[in-house]
Design a protein around this ligand. Structure first.
Ligand code: FES
Length: 673
């Protein structure tokens, strides 16, 4: 990169440039999402098998680019924060007026087409590329934004390519740091930044000095915009690969139409200026876009709020999780919008999500009012989505979006409430989640009923047996049992196999030995409550998630499952996708002959500063287990696979990167309920 500064640069000017970088990355992300939403899907939407296979891959590829733009955006936010600035979360609505960006950087929402793909290639082109812009994307007129003289007022700069822009930014940052020093320059609280503990995006590394800031710029450039022609995985090369494949498919079938004719620059209200925008008059389309836009806006609000919260803090993680969840609600609605008519004034095109931005996306002030705001807003959006469902004739995309929104609303209510009041661990007498009574004892074996060994009749509440012993109440929840057989082999006099009726006699062995059996019950099906004044089971000193060969995750931790303290420090959670009692394992992995290694390769395994504490596990709708907290992921044989503060663990059984989620749940159409 060039190291020549243009002129003496100020912090304000740097932040001004970073705001433009944020807008640029943000705009690119929206345009890529818009094009991906417009792609047809499957043979039911008029494609041949081969074409459907191609558009599904293109959709995944473009969405991956959009997610990487989100990572770039986060890197820019982090640099802004490191410099003591408040990151820019807003953007100007589409289409951008000339001057917002340099003349040759044209940004608008348009459906997938050859011209749009060529435009993407042009936007991501490396310096020296001769790729032309897509047809119809030439600027209305040429102009120059930059000024040759230094000004105290932050002034925009001109650039030919995005890579050149970052080159200028890097040079200006270097100049600023050289003038005032590293410590002075990077004066922002580094804990305000988003890190990989909150979200595992490339770019979410803390920026603490010019070296880390320049590394972030380099990563942005090499991954996408100014990447060298040789970088086969750059955005530029990925778009070229789609172009080549589309050419071949068009040769085979000249009438191949990969996308719906979604509107170019749709808007929700009558435009002031006609021509460059499509007003969505169709009410179904307008209400769909309305909910999608609202989810998008709230997503930005949540991210901006997270930049006020120093990490590590569960509130920061909650805000990020909810915002990512909103993306999962927004996407199906964006797809639905591209399939609906725009309205009578524009019969030639469909609608499309307008990505309308808030007039200001500044963070909501910290405190309980922020929680109230987010819960209230999510409930409003969920209500609007419920109305959409009623009018959508069973459209699967709308139903999916509403399910996600309902789940997020529930999570927000619990999450913001728990952040001020930690819920007490469920007492024995409390009503646990509904479970049906176990049909049989955990396993087969020889029936042993010795004279005098009489199992008392349990009290059964919602499928959970409470068996009174002298010193403790033994609790057995058969629906969670995964038949590890520790109980019937370690305590055959207490756990009497193959009998009809009562089969557990807590007084048939010493209380201490019995509690040991409970502690090795990996599923948490066996628990106890002491009555003799001795302490109950304590949380483990190290949180562990064990990956079992061809089986579930065995969790041993102070678990917060789906926002509430779990009834046990031990749980087995489904990772094959087949359990009928999700998120718990019910042994279905045996029925489906689930093949998955219990010995994944070792990854990031640096020792954690803290190894215990609450471990939040949130099963996301139709997606992975979101894990937050200090945890060691171990193989079935006990080898450390990774030490983590957050992870997304596959629970559909289809990931090619098990135990981690790689997005395959979408490909295989995983349903969590
Ligand atoms: S849950 Fe299996 S890949 Fe995401």
């Amino acid at each position: 990169m060039s190291s020549q500064p243009r002129f003496s640069i100020t912090r304000e000017a740097l932040i001004h440039q970073l705001y433009e970088a944020a807008e640029l990355e943000h705009n690119l992300m929206c345009t890529y999402l818009y094009a991906a939403f417009s792609l047809r899907s499957g043979t039911a939407e008029g494609l041949s098998e081969t074409e459907a296979d191609a558009t599904a891959r293109w959709r995944r590829a473009i969405l991956r680019v959009a997610v990487e733009e989100m990572g770039h955006l986060t890197a820019v936010w982090n640099i802004t924060s490191a410099l003591g600035g408040s990151p820019r979360f807003g953007r100007i609505n589409f289409p951008l007026d000339p001057g917002a960006l340099p003349a040759n950087v044209v940004v608008r929402l348009a459906p997938f087409s050859e011209a749009v793909l060529q435009h993407f290639i042009y936007l991501e082109r490396p310096t020296g590329s001769t790729e032309p812009d897509g047809a119809g994307f030439s600027p209305d007129f040429q102009f120059t934004r930059g000024v040759a003289r230094p000004r105290v007022t932050p002034m925009p700069v001109d650039y030919e390519t995005v890579g050149k822009f970052y080159e200028t930014l890097a040079a200006d940052l270097g100049s600023f740091v050289a003038r005032i020093g590293e410590r002075e320059a990077f004066c922002g609280d580094r804990n305000l930044q988003i890190s990989r503990a909150e979200i595992d995006f490339q770019g979410c590394d803390p920026v603490i000095c010019s070296k880390t800031a320049l590394a972030a710029f380099d990563a942005i450039v090499s991954q996408g915009e100014g990447a060298t022609q040789e970088n086969a995985d750059s955005h530029y090369q990925r778009f070229i690969a789609i172009r080549e494949e589309m050419k071949a498919l068009r040769t085979a079938n000249p009438s191949f139409s990969p996308a719906y004719p979604a509107a170019v620059n749709p808007v929700l209200r009558r435009p002031v200026r006609q021509g460059a925008r499509v007003w969505l008059e169709d009410e179904t389309a307008a209400t769909t876009v309305d909910v999608a836009n609202s989810a998008y806006m709230l997503m930005l609000r949540l991210i901006s709020h997270s930049y006020l919260v120093p990490r590590p803090h569960p509130l920061k993680a909650l805000c990020i999780d909810l915002s990512l969840g909103l993306m999962r609600a927004m996407a199906p609605l964006g797809e639905r919008a591209a399939r609906l008519p725009a309205g009578p004034s524009n019969p030639e095109c469909n609608a499309g999500m307008s990505f309308t931005a808030l007039r200001d996306s500044a963070p909501i002030p910290p405190g309980t009012s922020a929680g109230k705001f987010f819960v209230e807003r999510l409930a409003e959006i969920n209500d609007a989505a419920q109305s959409l469902v009623a009018a959508a004739n069973g459209d699967a995309r709308v139903t999916q979006a509403q399910r996600v929104l309902a789940d997020l609303t529930r999570r927000a209510e619990r999450g913001f409430a728990n952040l001020t009041t930690e819920l007490p661990r469920t007492a024995v007498a409390a009503t646990p989640p509904a479970q049906s009574a176990p049909a049989v004892a955990p396993t087969s074996g020889s029936a042993v009923i010795e004279p005098g060994n009489v199992a008392p009749t349990p009290r059964t509440v919602d499928g959970v047996d409470y068996i009174e012993g002298r010193d403790l109440t033994l609790i057995y929840e058969g629906k969670k049992c995964i038949h590890s057989r520790f109980c019937v082999t370690w305590g055959p006099k207490v756990f009497i196999a193959n009998v009809k009726g009562p089969w557990i006699n807590p007084d048939a062995m010493s209380t201490e030995a019995l509690t040991e059996i409970a502690h090795v019950c990996v599923s948490g099906a066996i628990r106890y409550k002491r009555k003799d004044g001795q302490p109950d089971e304590a949380p483990p000193p190290v949180n562990l998630i064990s990956v079992r060969e061809g089986g579930p995750y065995a969790v041993r931790a102070d678990i917060r499952l789906d926002g509430a303290p779990a009834v046990s420090y031990r749980l087995t959670l489904c990772r094959c996708g087949a359990s009928k009692n999700k998120p718990f394992c019910d042994g279905s992995h045996n029925e489906i002959k689930f093949a998955a290694s219990g010995e994944p390769p070792t990854g990031k395994a640096d020792m954690l500063p803290v190894r215990d504490g609450p471990l939040a596990i949130d099963p996301t709708i139709d997606g992975p287990l979101q894990v937050r907290g200090n945890v060691e992921l171990i193989s079935g044989t006990g080898r450390v696979v990774a030490r983590l503060e957050s992870a997304r663990l596959c629970r559909c059984g289809a990931s090619n990167n098990k135990p981690f989620c790689d997005g395959s749940h979408t490909r295989v159409g995983f349903k969590s309920a």
